[in-house]
Design a protein around this ligand. Structure first.
Ligand code: SER
Length: 887
């Protein structure tokens, strides 16, 4: 049975049993604790906790999940996959154990012809939590004999997200693959032979902080008894398709076939190659799914995971012998395979390809730079007679150049060198520890939010700021230093929660309003407003006068000038976004934005710099739209309707059922947006693009001023130009021609100066000959060249001096000093070469004194050092070496 079919049958089965089919949430839900969504229940947590009322009592979904903890093991075994689909059914205070057990059993064992999976009931085993007699009884009633029911402890059969939240005992269903896969004795004995396919969680408690799977405090029961189940779609697929593991199933094996085609190697011949094939298959799919959900390669968090996945694909393909780029082909095949269930993989293929190929190109460059660095390191190690690449170098290659350790190992072996792997691993462990501490810190940030929970539960803050800037409100709570407080007095910083507020809370790129909260004799200055759980407005304020008490009736007021500015910025962002898409096309997808009074910045997916022409066009289209005085319409509708109209939505944003659409100039700009906007586009005022830059791989940023700030900026530019014109004593419009002329003259003058200097240096050759010292049978000129003589002249000078010695054996060593660098030249004439002197060898005598390297032939060697303070010592060293050899 094909994987898409397995998925469909699951949803149909539960829809028939009265469940609402809910689409998979994005892989990146806005939760500071979760790198990626890793279970079907994640999007339903507020319903389990009773924080929100679910719109349905029963739901079913197939959730995209990513778990990257075991990334190193992917491919080495066939058990780990970074991407998988979890099919689940959920009951929010509706049915409980009995129905969950019976629904799961029916789907697994019903014949294929009747819409089931047709598993042989004799080969299914189940587990229950230690004291869960009730669940055991229900399994017995359904017909599972007691010898195939096992009881297991907390680590296996008590499920939680690993962090505070809903939890409960669970019951798991396993399939027995048969004696050829392991020992008898059920899941308790062997989880390779007995494969877990479905986990039924009886979600009834809330857990607190703790350590590990089986060591946490149960805080108490949830408001209701719930069901959360998770069936591994890929596992069911490999069992039903009669293949050995997930990599052989219909959705992964074709990627391996493609990799065989691109690399010319075969799967199933050598273990090392198979690991690489599996890495490619697993990672290509995960990477495509992540990019589809808006993740871009980066240096930390989610972006870093994606970067690692993509780089591991490139590396594996190279090790399999691929010489050309491979990424586009892999993204295409993943799209073909996954699109029947996830259409965005087809509609967004161009973008997915662009992002993945961008990273591939960058990494291939990295591999090349890394290779040069590796060659230099290897040469240096050998020159010093060593046999091992130090751990620090391997780590630098890995960390700074993204150069993977197994490539370092392989190349070292080819060069006949070892690598200090222990040293490397110690440094890696230290780095991992830092990353872990970082993750811990994220969890604490989450814990701090618990103070708001009760307030979030009490209901959302009413936002009045679309219609008015001043509103009457009641103080619901005050928080000082993270603790609830009944009053706040003059001078104190306090967080204020109101029942309603006209102040805009930071979101969708628009920064928070500034404003005041006042009552008779009381005044608070509000400097920031943040949303908690998307619904609760937290005003960060300072009491400037009087004291404020919980329950007070107050007047909340947004600063009008500030709001106007931010509004211009936000509407301006929509104009620039629309203009970008008009000029660059629909692949310029928004990756972030910020707007504040007078200023906006907009990040978008794009490879490479924008041309001057593109920038000018974007600015022109934006300003034309301002000039067109388009009316601005906002309205609320549902998400499918908004998408049908062509409204642009942000990746990774989890929209509710109702969305707000902001439309400026009909088809010109239509976006889902909760921000504040001008009424007519002309109110934005002029938009001046400041420039464009890179903010990470494949993401560009444009910045602009709007409104009066635009004017101020242009006025400043004009004043600057006027200043330059007056210094040059020409009218403004002649400045470019004049500057060009001056630059030309400067170039001519510099060349002339250069020539004069070279002539002077060469004229001094004779004086260097006078400085020759006789050491044994050779004449040695070892001197510091005058400061500022460049490497090229140094070489000419050295050759000239050498020529002046005729048939006398002579060695010339010149060390220069140019901008903190020490260029050097060593040259040995024929008679001296016959005595055994070699220019290349002499470099090693003084190289370390000037922190330099270089080399060459017996006649001539050159290079550069970076420590001018070692020049004298270097010259002494070369003298000593010549004396040694001459004596
Ligand atoms: N939440 C449970 C799991 O992830 C069942 O859906 O296994």
């Amino acid at each position: 049975m094909q994987t898409h079919e397995i998925r469909r049958r699951f949803l149909d089965h539960f829809v028939r049993a009265g469940h609402t089919e809910v689409p998979s949430a994005s892989l990146i839900l806005a939760d500071p604790n979760l790198l990626f969504v890793n279970a079907g229940m994640v999007q339903f947590v507020p319903y389990f906790l009773g924080q929100q009322t679910p719109p349905y009592a029963r739901a079913t979904s197939v959730q995209k999940c990513v778990r990257t903890l075991d990334i190193e093991n992917v491919g080495i075994t066939t058990r780990h996959n970074t991407f998988f689909q979890m099919a689940g059914n959920f009951s929010f205070g509706d049915y409980f154990k009995r129905e969950a057990i019976s629904l799961a059993w029916t789907l697994l064992t019903a014949p294929v012809a009747d819409g089931g999976y047709g598993f042989d009931p004799e080969r299914l085993w189940v587990t229950v939590y230690l004291d869960d007699d009730e669940a055991e009884r229900m399994w017995l009633e359904i017909g599972v004999p007691s010898e195939r029911i096992q009881r297991r402890g907390m680590a296996d059969n008590y499920w939680s997200m690993g962090i505070p939240g809903p939890c409960g005992p669970c019951s798991e269903i396993y399939f027995d693959r048969g004696p050829e896969f392991g020992v008898e004795g059920g899941p308790e004995a062997d989880e390779d032979r007995y494969i877990e396919i479905w986990n039924l969680v009886f979600m009834q408690n809330e857990r607190g902080q703790g350590r590990g799977k089986d060591d946490f405090e149960i805080l108490g029961p949830l408001p209701k008894q719930n069901i959360d189940t998770g069936m591994g779609v890929e596992r069911v697929a490999f069992l039903l398709q009669g293949v050995e593991n997930v990599y052989e199933t219909d959705l992964l094996r074709p990627i391996i076939d493609k990799a065989e085609e691109l690399t010319g190697r075969s799967y199933g011949v050598e273990h090392a190659d198979d690991v690489r094939f599996r890495v490619i298959a697993d990672h290509a799919r995960t990477a495509a799914m992540l990019i589809a959900d808006g993740v871009n390669p980066g240096n930390d968090g989610r972006g870093y995971v994606l970067r690692r996945l993509l780089r591991r694909i490139v590396r594996s393909a190279r090790l399999l012998g691929a010489e050309k780029p491979v990424m586009a082909e892999f993204m295409r095949i993943v799209s073909d395979l996954m699109a029947p269930s996830y259409p965005e993989l087809a509609t967004d293929l161009r973008r997915i390809e662009t992002v993945a190929v961008g990273e591939e190109t960058a990494f291939l460059k990295t591999l090349n730079t890394g290779s040069t660095l590796f060659d230099n390191t290897a040469a240096a190690v050998k020159a010093e007679g060593g046999r091992t690449i130090p751990g620090t170098d391997a780590f630098t290659l890995h960390d700074t150049y993204g150069f993977p350790i197994d490539l370092t190992l392989e190349m070292a072996a080819e060069a006949g060198l070892a690598v200090d792997e222990d040293g490397f691993r110690t440094l890696m462990a230290e780095q991992r520890k830092r990353a872990k501490e970082d993750a811990q810190a994220r969890k604490h940030a989450h814990a701090d939010l618990t103070i708001y929970k009760e307030l979030v539960d009490r209901g959302a803050t009413e936002f009045t700021g679309f219609d008015e800037l001043t509103s009457e409100a009641t103080v619901l709570a005050l928080i000082i230093d993270g603790v609830r407080a009944p009053v706040a007095s003059q001078g104190q910083d306090v967080e204020v929660i109101l029942d309603r507020s006209p102040l805009y809370a930071e979101s969708g790129g628009q920064i928070a309003d500034r404003g005041t909260i006042t009552a008779s004799g009381v005044k608070l200055r509000v400097d920031d407003v943040q949303k908690i759980a998307k619904t609760l407005w937290v005003h960060k304020a300072t009491v400037e006068q009087g004291q404020i008490t919980e329950g007070d009736a107050v007047l909340a007021q947004a600063d009008q000038a500030w709001r106007n500015g931010a509004t211009q910025g936000h509407s301006g962002t929509h104009m620039v976004h629309a203009a970008l898409r008009q000029v660059l096309g629909p692949n310029a997808v928004q990756a972030g934005s910020l707007n504040k009074p007078g200023y906006l910045r907009f990040d978008f997916n794009w490879q490479g710099q924008l041309s001057d022409r593109q920038k000018a066009d974007i600015e022109a289209v934006s300003n034309d739209a301002v000039g067109a005085n388009f009316p601005v319409n906002t309205f609320v509708t549902d998400l499918p309707d908004a998408k049908r109209m062509g409204a642009l939505a942000l990746f990774g944003e989890n929209y509710g059922d109702e969305v707000r659409v902001v439309e400026i100039g009909g088809p010109f700009s239509m976006e889902l947006c909760g921000g504040t906007h001008v009424r007519h586009s002309s109110q934005i005022g002029p938009i001046t693009l400041l420039g464009e830059s890179s903010v990470g791989s494949g993401i560009r940023r444009v910045e602009a001023f709007v409104g009066l700030d635009s004017y101020r900026y242009l006025a400043k530019e004009r004043a600057l130009l006027a200043g330059v014109a007056s210094s040059l004593k020409v009218p403004s419009d002649e400045v470019p021609a004049r500057v060009e002329q001056l630059v030309e003259r400067l170039k001519v003058a510099e060349k002339e100066l250069e020539r004069t200097k070279t002539a002077a240096v060469l004229a001094s050759a004779a004086s260097f000959v006078d400085k020759a010292e006789r050491i044994g049978s050779v004449l040695l000129v070892a001197v510091a060249a005058p400061e500022g003589v460049p490497a090229g002249d140094l070489r000419t000078l050295a050759t000239d001096i050498r020529g002046r010695f005729g048939a006398e054996p002579a060695v010339v060593v010149l060390l220069g000093d140019v901008d903190g660098k020490v260029p050097f030249v060593v040259t040995v004439n024929k008679p001296a070469q016959e005595l055994g002197f070699k220019a290349g060898d002499l470099v090693s005598s003084f190289g370390s004194s000037i922190a330099g390297r270089g080399g060459g032939k017996p006649e001539m060697a050159q290079g550069a050092g970076s420590d001018p303070t070692g020049i004298a010592a270097g010259l002494a060293a070369v003298r000593a070496r010549v004396a040694e050899s001459a004596g």
